[in-house]
Structure formats: structure tokens, C-alpha cells
Design a protein around this ligand. Structure first.
Ligand code: PMP
Length: 263
């Protein structure tokens, strides 16, 4: 994110993103010669090579096979590609989403672990997203194998009911999202609200006071104004979502001195 004066770029929670990449690679038995510090430095060097005055989406992609023929992994070292593309933040633009509950189920830890941030997992999100788009929705919320709310196609789900902020735990077939962890901490420490991590039923979405989805590239903190055409709350951004969006915006833009360790 560029800072408020658009003179500097801060990478948000770089160490946490790199750690998650390396953990995903561990689960996949994908070997690398790079240490976390090497990857963090490479990101900073890449950004330093160009003068940036806008928000940027960074992607670190580990892949095997450049010098390997055949479908199955060997003990070859994975290559890592890093790219940076301009991508303006949508926070504060008034962006909202209409969602459906997808008939595609979220993948599970028994087959394609959602905790692994693997490109292959996105076929599941893609199916759900394209069906939602064909049916006239902006996005889809997927249920897990037990029928509970898992996550959106590229973001986690938060629900507000009677003043409580609720989100599924990380064992409900979701990506271990860095935005989710950030928001849980911010809400606790800044609003004095202890978010509840518990399974969420589909029908709770239909009577929620507020719903938002959250993710780094997946819309940051985006209000969901309807689910399966049931209007959520007032049909506009709710008061809790608005507060959380502004806490997140201040943290990523470098406007929250208490959160400088994330930059
Ligand atoms: N769930 C899925 C399926 C995602 O693709 C993403 C985006 N990476 C998220 C959740 C949010 O994760 P994060 O906050 O770490 O970006």
C-alpha cells in the first residue's frame, strides 16, 4: 500500500505472508533452498527497482517443474517467481457485493487442503465464482463438507448478529487468512469486541445484521448487502463493518502508529 502522501510503499505483514507460503510448501512437500529472509529481501528489492506511487498486488508463486519432466515431484528445488502489479484499493469506494450460497462445496482437508494457498485450489473458487456470475450475483459464499459456511471465493466471511462478530474457525475448510487474523486482533484491541469463532449455519446469513468478506486481494473489507437475494441489514454498509474497514485502512496505509510493526 502507498502511504497517505503517496511517497512510500509499505508491504503489509510481509513476514506472515512468507511464513504462510513456506508452510503451504511444507504441506505439499515442495522443497526450496530459500529461507524466509531471502524471500522477504527479494520482495523489497523488487519493489525498490521501480518508483511506485500506487497500491500494488504482490504475488509469490512457488512452482516445480522448470527443470523436471513428469507429473510427480522429485526432490528438485522449487522455483519462486515474484511479481508486482498495480492494483488500487477498493476501500472507501462504496463497493459492496451481492452473494449467493454456492451449490459448489468448499474443498476439504481430506482431499485438497484449503489451508494450503495452492493455485490448484482455485479451480474450486473459480467454479463457484463463475456460476454465481452466470446467475447474476457478484460473488459466492461456499459451504464446507458439513454444510457450514466456509468462505467466499477469495475471502473469509464475517457475520454480525446482535452485536456479536462471528467468523468460522480455521478448521472449517478455510484459508488461514492474514486479513482475518488482522481483523480479529484489531476488533479485540480497538473496539473491545471479542470475535466469536464458531461454525456458521447457512440460514444465519439470511438473518444477519451485517456481513462482510475480507482478504488481501479479495476486496480487503467488503460489505455483503444480500445473500441469495435476502437483504442483509439495511442493504448498505453496516456500522460495525464501517468501523472495521476504517481500522483496516488506517493500519495498511500507515495511519495507525500502534500497527507499524505490520509494515
Ligand atoms: N480465502 C481464500 C479462498 C482466499 O483466496 C483468500 C485470499 N488469499 C482469503 C481467504 C483471504 O486470505 P488473506 O487475508 O490472507 O488474503
Amino acid at each position: 500500500y502507498v502511504n497517505d502522501s503517496r511517497e512510500a510503499v509499505n508491504v503489509f505483514r510481509l513476514q506472515d505472508h512468507v511464513r504462510r507460503l513456506l508452510q503451504s510448501m511444507t504441506i505439499l512437500r515442495l522443497h526450496t533452498a530459500f529461507a524466509a529472509a531471502d524471500l522477504e529481501l527479494a520482495v523489497v528489492e523488487l519493489l525498490g527497482a521501480t518508483p511506485w506511487h500506487e497500491d500494488i498486488y504482490l504475488r509469490l508463486l512457488a512452482f516445480e517443474g522448470y527443470d523436471v519432466v513428469g507429473a510427480w515431484p522429485t526432490d528438485a528445488r522449487a522455483n519462486i517467481l515474484i511479481n508486482a502489479v498495480p492494483r488500487p484499493s477498493t476501500m472507501g469506494t462504496g463497493r459492496t457485493k451481492s452473494c449467493c450460497v454456492s451449490s459448489w462445496r468448499r474443498i476439504s482437508d481430506e482431499s485438497m487442503p484449503p489451508r494450503v494457498k495452492a493455485s490448484a485450489n482455485y479451480l474450486n473458487s473459480r467454479n463457484a465464482y463463475l456460476q454465481a456470475a452466470a446467475d447474476g450475483y457478484d460473488d459466492a459464499i461456499m459451504l464446507n463438507q458439513t454444510g457450514h459456511v466456509a468462505e467466499c471465493t477469495g475471502a473469509c466471511v464475517f457475520v454480525v448478529r446482535d452485536g456479536a462478530l462471528i467468523t468460522p474457525p480455521v478448521t472449517e475448510s478455510i484459508l488461514e487468512s492474514i486479513t482475518r487474523a488482522t481483523l480479529i486482533q484489531l476488533v479485540k484491541e480497538e473496539l473491545g469486541v471479542d470475535p466469536v469463532q464458531r461454525p456458521i449455519d447457512r440460514t444465519e446469513l439470511y438473518i444477519a445484521d451485517e456481513i462482510f468478506v475480507s482478504g488481501t486481494g479479495g476486496g480487503e473489507v467488503t460489505p455483503v448487502t444480500s445473500v441469495d437475494r435476502y437483504q442483509v441489514g439495511s442493504g448498505e454498509i453496516g456500522p460495525m463493518t464501517e468501523k472495521i474497514q476504517s481500522l483496516y485502512r488506517d493500519a495498511v496505509r500507515g495511519l495507525a502508529p500502534r500497527r507499524s510493526e505490520w509494515l
